[in-house]
Design a protein around this ligand. Structure first.
Ligand SMILES: [Zn+2]
Ligand SMILES: [Zn+2]
Length: 140
């Protein structure tokens, strides 16, 4: 039997979407762009193939910001919730902010990316593998 879709939304609730599990990955990103765009120490993302991702409402509220040569981040134009990141480096899937989902996904965080760029005040006590370097995914 197929799993039920997992719903997600922005803070104000105007942007709503759903995803089907399984996801491709779940990881914490410590890069400076994630930190600034979310106002957070790091951001936890899941990778969702586009065919398992559906907008339900509020697509016209989405503001798209080209944050790098290959990346476009989108957020709710009403409440500011940062929602998705698309990249031409991985055209088959969209990064979705785990914290905006209403339900659980099957996968817990598996890794830290851009760990060598992390904020100096963030203390990490887990045993997850830590990656960094130019791509953020190279072994440290
Ligand atoms: Zn909103
Ligand atoms: Zn990042």
């Amino acid at each position: 039997m197929a799993n039920a879709p997992v719903l997600g939304a922005c803070l104000c609730g105007e942007v709503r979407f759903e995803i089907d599990v399984p996801t491709l990955f779940c990881a914490h990103c410590h890069c400076s762009m994630c930190r600034r765009s979310h106002g957070a120490g790091y951001v936890t993302w899941i990778g969702v193939p586009f065919e398992r991702f559906r907008m339900l409402a509020g697509e016209e509220r989405l503001v798209r910001y080209r944050s790098s040569e290959h990346g476009t981040r989108s957020f709710c134009g009403r409440c500011g919730s940062s929602l998705f990141c698309e990249s031409t480096l991985h055209p088959d899937y969209v990064d979705v902010v785990l914290a905006n989902l209403d339900g659980a996904v099957e996968a817990l965080p598996q890794a830290h990316f851009y760990f060598d760029d992390r904020a100096p005040w963030v203390a990490i006590a887990d045993d997850l593998p830590r990656f960094g370097g130019k791509t953020g995914t190279e072994p440290l």
